[in-house]
Each structure stands twice: as C-alpha cells, then as structure tokens.
Write a protein that binds this ligand. Structure first.
Ligand SMILES: C[S@@+](CC[C@H](N)C(=O)[O-])C[C@H]1O[C@@H](n2cnc3c(N)ncnc32)[C@H](O)[C@@H]1O
Length: 378
C-alpha cells in the first residue's frame, strides 16, 4: 500500500474490512489501535516463552502501523514487566496483551451488546476493547476493571489520549464493581474457572454474562449465560473456541515438577490420547477439576496438589494402556467415567454442553439441564 508514513486511517480501514457485516465495524475503523500498544510490544521468539521487544521508535512509522493494524494479538506485558520497561529479551508467561481485533469483535458480538447497553468489562488490558465500546455506546455506558496497576496506568493514558472516558477501575474484576451496577452485559476478556458470585448480583435479571472458561488441565469453553428472575444464570456454550489469558486469581499454583509414584497399575478404560483432544480434555477436566495435567500422549500425568493425588498413564510392551493412581482422589476413575459418558453421547463438542449457576451450585450439563452434570470447583 502506498500511503503517507503517518496516515493510520488507511490501515484502520483495511482492518475494519475484516468485519464487513459487524455492528462493530465502524468502531474498528475509528479507534486508533496504535495508541493502545504504547511505545513497545513483545514478539514471541522461537524459544518457547522467550520474548523480544519491538519499540515504536526503532521501526519505520509505516511498519509500526502495519503491526498495530494486523489482526494479531500483541503481548504488552510478560511476567509483570511492561514491554516499555523491558531490557533485552524477557522470558515468562504473557500477563497482558492487546488481543487480536478479530477475537475482540467476536467477543463483543457474542455478548450481543447493542446501543443503550450498560457494560462491565473484566480485564481492561490495553484499553482497546473498552475504547471500541465507548465509541459505540458512549463513555457513561462502560465500566472496565483491570487487576494490574501498571497495565491500568497504560490503559488510562491511552484511553485519555484517544478521548475515551469509561469508568476505569483498578482491582480484582472477580468482585465486579458494585457502584455502577446493575449491568445489562458483563464480558470478561480474561478466562475464569467458574462464575464469581458478585457477577451474578451485579447483572440485572435478563442481562447476560459472556466469558471464556478455562480449567487447570487447559480445557476451555465459551459461556454466554442469561440471568433469570430467580437470580440464576444458564446457557449453552457457544460454538466459538475462544480463549483469553486466565484471570490471575484463578491460576493454579505453579507445578514445575512432580515426583511420580510408581506401584501397581491396572488397564485403562480409555485412550489417554483423548486428553490431547480439545473436547476430551474439557470433559476430563470437568471430572477432576482440581488436577493439573503434565505430559501428553504416551504419558499423561494428572496431579492434584492439594491432596497429593496423582494418576499416570503408560503403554505396556504389548501396547495396552495402563494407569497408576495414588492418593485419596481416584483421578483416573473419575476421568474414565466422564469420558465414557461423553462417548456414549456421540463425543460432541462443547456446544452440546451448558452451564447453570445457582446460589449453591455451578454445574456443567451435557445435552440439556437434566442430562449428566459435573460441578465446577467453586
Ligand atoms: C487479554 S488481556 C485483555 C485484553 C483487553 N480487553 C484489550 O482489549 O486489550 C487480559 C487482561 O485481564 C487482566 N486480568 C487478569 N485477571 C484479572 C482480574 N481478576 N480482574 C481484572 N483484570 C484481570 C490482565 O491483567 C490482562 O490485562
């Protein structure tokens, strides 16, 4: 494209053309994403969790705009270090990003946000999605919460520079923000293990909660729940497979290694490779939600740190799958039962499942609300 070096509108228009039918198209065409990337971003290297920094003032202006308006996720904080502050290569897990605009738009569409809606967003991040909502709904309709003060500071600066003024809160979004309740729509751009109860109290009856779910085995589902007038919420999972980084309080304790106990084994009723399948692992996780998964394929290991329970699978010389289990939770027994239930239902994907949240229980059902169910680890 032959454009003046600093003219971002061409790039913005090109990005908006990815969403020709979307009600968010005009917002994408108007919100200057480059503001929300700040002065630097991280780019993944070939070495797993190691990142290099790209600084705005070290690349040609056109190149920076090209990056800003590509439909890609740009990581802006790794292990708590903002890209602006990084010196040299950094390693660690990403802790903030400007999620790819395509995913942000899908999230906003899935939440069925339209003019007049009052929205609570959990996970301000760079502030880009909050800016899209301010553009479409007006500043007064948008409340956004960010956990990390440094991230929130950058978002505040970028939002102000773009002329957007949502209510920006620094704190734990799992507690919501009661002062501006009730909300018509709650969206989380971070993933949760279960629905925090304050969200239920702060969304109006008939309102919705749209959030990615994620668990300690890595299984995901995309929840879109409607609140009824008894204060319960329910909904079938959406077809989209959509993941945002995990809400920080819902991360497990780091599990760098586990001492594998040996001992007697028994034949496994299921092929452990099913846990490498995206719905298979989701189902396994429903059955053993406190377990973390190490290893894949030939040796799948489940460890529940709190009770010291573990299960590990392996293949015998004859090619049979066997499993060893230790501890008070029989993790593999539970996983086998759930996988068999899922297989008997024809091994459907996550959109055959749904979630119901009541005052006492949160459970995932299969088929319909009266089908087989598993409690989330509330
Ligand atoms: C993928 S980013 C959000 C993307 C963002 N909406 C955007 O448009 O740039 C996820 C954000 O959620 C934040 N986060 C994680 N746990 C949180 C929590 N409990 N409450 C609020 N924010 C949280 C992270 O710090 C991170 O900035």
């Amino acid at each position: 494209m032959n454009v003046p070096a600093t003219d971002a509108s061409h790039f913005r228009r090109a990005l908006a053309e990815h969403f020709p039918q979307s009600a968010w198209r005009e917002a994408v065409e108007s919100v200057p994403r480059e503001l929300f990337l700040g002065a630097a971003i991280y780019r993944a290297t070939e070495y797993g969790d190691r990142w290099e920094v790209i600084r705005r003032d070290e690349v040609p202006a056109d190149e920076w705009l090209r990056l800003a308006y590509s439909d890609e996720t740009w990581v802006t904080q790794v292990g708590g270090v903002m890209a602006d502050d990084a010196t040299g290569r950094t390693s660690g897990p990403p802790t903030c990003s400007s999620t790819m605009p395509g995913l942000v738009v899908r999230m906003l569409e899935a939440a069925q946000i339209s003019g007049g809606a009052k929205v609570l967003e959990i996970g301000t991040g760079t502030g880009y999605s909050a800016a899209l909502m301010c553009h479409r709904l007006g500043d007064g309709a948008v409340t956004s919460i960010e956990y990390d003060p440094a991230v929130a500071g950058h978002a505040r600066t970028a939002l102000a520079a773009g002329g957007y003024a949502p209510t920006l809160v620094v704190g734990d979004g799992l507690s919501g923000y009661e002062k501006n309740a009730e909300y018509d729509r709650l969206i989380a751009t971070c993933s949760v293990r279960y629905i925090p109860m304050p969200w239920m109290w702060q969304v109006r009856d008939g309102g919705t909660i749209t959030t990615p779910l994620w668990g300690w085995m890595g299984g995901t589902a995309f929840a879109h729940l409607t609140l009824d007038d008894a204060g319960y919420a329910s909904g079938r999972f959406l077809q989209d497979r959509l993941y945002f980084m995990t809400a920080r309080p819902h991360l497990p304790h780091p599990l760098s290694h586990a001492v594998l106990l040996r001992g007697p084994s028994r034949p496994s009723r299921i092929d452990p490779n099913l846990l490498d399948h995206e719905t298979g692992v989701f189902v396994a996780q429903l059955a053993a939600p406190s377990a973390q998964r190490l290893g894949t394929g030939d040796e799948t290991i489940l460890v529940d740190v709190a009770t010291g329970s573990q299960a590990s699978s392996s293949k015998t010389a004859e090619g049979e799958w066997v499993v060893r289990q230790h501890g008070p939770l029989r993790l593999w027994d539970a996983v086998e039962d759930a996988i068999e239930t899922w297989q008997q239902a024809g091994s459907p994907d996550q959109s055959a499942f749904g979630l119901r949240v009541t005052r006492d229980r949160q459970y995932v059902w299969l088929g319909d609300n009266d089908g087989p169910s598993w409690d989330l680890p509330v």
